[in-house]
Design a protein around this ligand. Structure first.
Ligand code: DGY
Length: 323
């Protein structure tokens, strides 16, 4: 039997690439360079499956092909707001993602950012490496205590729940939750969490707010200047979800004028481009989209794509079908 042809848009962990090469007629983007819309269109015309990832823009322009050979976009990553849903549907494509296997590591990173922001770890490291540390003193780089404070979680899916587990059971934090749908009392009980109706209801009560909702048009600038005004003046915002959820211009103003205490970002609107004003904010911690960046998660994400492909090519519904 002829093996299906598969195109992978970026380099993946070696163990997963080896398995892909054994199972399918696999073509890799060996240069690991981001692909243009025209290159993506070419791939859609030639391969049975295209395996994109979260930084590929599968916009209406990239999916504008009269007829596609590709029947499945098996995405490497949980977020899929980079894939134009109406275009994928018009082409009759199945789309899958890779949930679960990155939840713990992404929540670990959100907690890392929360702690770094509260304890001024970025500022401290910059000072030390610049050779400016003059020694211990009672007033040096004094931060904010994390234990027993209130954490607001916006989006209470798998990653949001892992964040709650760490914050509540590790740091004794009180958990408030805002989510589109109602969360079952059993789940809330695991973290002694309280669900509130709206984002506006949540913000004024939190010492820390961590974003775990999907990106895309629906949540673009969910956190804007009006909502920064609702936060406590010493509260911190943590974003490991998607850059577009936060209005970065409003964030810069909020940091500059002490509307909030600080922020920590792993994701940026239009990344990897970073606004120069963010670069100059001292009460801001920034990481380069590292949420799922552990060997364990990145391999598991790849093997999850392989599971989805094997279901699809065997005529079964893939477990992670999102479109
Ligand atoms: C995702 O999977 O959506 C993350 O942003 C990258 O792991």
């Amino acid at each position: 039997m002829v093996k299906p042809s598969v195109f992978v848009t970026r380099r993946w962990p070696a163990a997963v690439e080896a398995q892909l090469a054994e199972t399918y007629n696999t073509v890799l983007n060996t240069g690991d360079k981001p692909m243009s819309p025209a290159e993506i269109r070419e791939a859609l015309k030639r391969y049975d499956a295209v395996l994109p990832t979260v930084t590929d823009s599968l916009s209406s322009e990239a999916l504008d092909v009269p007829a596609a050979q590709t029947k499945i976009l098996a995405n490497y990553g949980v977020g899929y707001s980079h894939i134009c849903e109406p275009s994928a549907r018009n082409l009759g494509m199945t789309v899958t993602n890779t949930p679960d296997v990155l939840s713990e590591c992404t929540a670990d990173l959100a907690m890392t950012l929360l702690l770094m922001a509260a304890r001024r770890a970025g500022e401290g490291e910059r000072e030390l490496r610049a050779g400016d540390w003059s020694g211990w003193r009672p007033t040096h780089l004094v931060g904010t205590k994390v234990s027993c404070k209130t954490l607001g979680i916006i989006g209470f899916g798998r990653i949001g729940q892992e964040m709650a587990r760490r914050a509540h059971h590790g740091f004794g934090m009180k958990i408030l939750v805002q989510n589109r749908s109602r969360i079952s009392p059993d789940v809330l009980h695991q973290y002694n969490a309280t669900q509130v109706e709206t984002v506006d209801d949540l913000l004024p009560h939190c010492d820390f707010v961590s974003l775990h909702c999907p990106g895309g048009a629906a949540n673009r600038h969910l956190i804007n200047s009006r909502r920064f005004d609702l936060m406590k003046p010493d509260a911190f915002l943590i974003n490991t979800a998607r850059g577009e959820i936060v209005d970065e211009h409003a964030l810069i103003q909020a940091l500059m004028f002490d509307v909030i205490g600080g922020a920590a970002l792993d994701v940026f609107d239009g990344e990897p481009r970073i606004s120069p004003d963010l670069m100059h904010s001292d009460n801001l911690v920034m990481l380069p989209h590292l949420g799922s960046a552990t060997r364990e998660s990145r391999e598991a994400m790849g093997f999850r794509v392989l599971d989805n492909l094997s279901d699809f090519f065997a005529g079964r519904a893939p477990r992670d079908q999102v479109i």
